[in-house]
Write a protein that binds this ligand. Structure first.
Ligand code: 6PG
Length: 235
């Protein structure tokens, strides 16, 4: 289980996005100071959009920053469901490198996952940061219940990304996915969660309580890490 899980609660959306973007900028700067570059994974979904806008306005040496989505939907680039397209719009103009996990529509989601895993081998690991979001069903990144759940959570440690077919398919984006594995997330240098709303808070508290023996994906991921985890919750 995570060494320590700390909740940071905000009533104000501006304070929430200031705190998160400030913490992420600090991690990027520290990695650039230490190693000359930073590699971070950022959640898709709608919640973190204001955080990314603020982060992009930070004065950082963006040419030294690589951004990977924590997960993506298997759709063509440019599709409204594509997480990397959203990240690219915000961070490519700053000069960051934005690396897709999925670069085209693929019929074989497992092959798409293997291709993503191979592509990630070109990048520095462990990741300097993973910022996770969470769905109200407890999924995080694209670790969902279904036939690939066990592989995503318990797969070989060196497996960084894999294809996932959620079962049931989530109505907001009913497509196969590619996701970072729990191992790739759990071994990052730092781990943060950004969520909002009372419903998600209750689900996350439940997931943490159930931990490694529960069915909720985010509980399993947090149970797999030895890091201290910061949860930034906007009421
Ligand atoms: C995805 C995500 C996913 C996301 C949650 C929450 O692509 O589906 O990366 O894990 O964080 O679904 O999404 P919202 O912030 O839109 O509720």
């Amino acid at each position: 289980m995570a060494e320590e899980i700390e909740w940071w609660d905000y009533e104000d959306a501006g304070e929430w996005s200031d705190a998160l973007s400030g913490d992420i900028a600090f991690i990027i700067e520290s990695a650039i100071d230490a190693r000359g570059s930073a590699v971070i994974a950022l959640a898709g979904g709608k919640t973190p959009a204001p955080v990314y806008e603020k982060l992009a306005a930070a004065k950082l040496d963006w040419k030294r920053v690589t951004i990977i989505p924590t997960d993506d939907r298997i759709v063509p680039l440019g599709d409204p469901l594509s997480n990397v397209t959203g990240l690219g719009k915000v961070f490519i103009p700053k000069g960051a490198r934005v690396v897709p996990l999925v670069s085209e529509k693929a019929d074989d989601y497992k092959a798409a996952g293997r291709a993503a895993d191979a592509r990630l081998a070109d990048h520095h690991f462990p990741l300097d940061l993973v910022l996770l979001g969470m769905g109200t069903d407890g999924h995080t990144a694209s670790i969902f219940p279904g036939p690939d759940f066990d592989e995503a959570v318990n797969g070989p440690k060196e497996r960084r990304a894999l294809g996932v077919m959620p079962d049931p398919l989530p109505p907001e984006a009913p497509v196969a996915r590619v996701t970072l594995s729990a191992a790739a997330i759990a071994t990052a240098q730092s781990l943060m969660v950004a969520i909002s709303g009372k419903e998600k808070r209750a689900v996350l508290e439940q997931a943490i309580k159930q931990g490694a023996s529960g069915a909720l994906p985010i509980g399993r991921v947090l149970a797999a890490t030895e890091l201290a985890v910061d949860i930034h919750w906007l009421e």
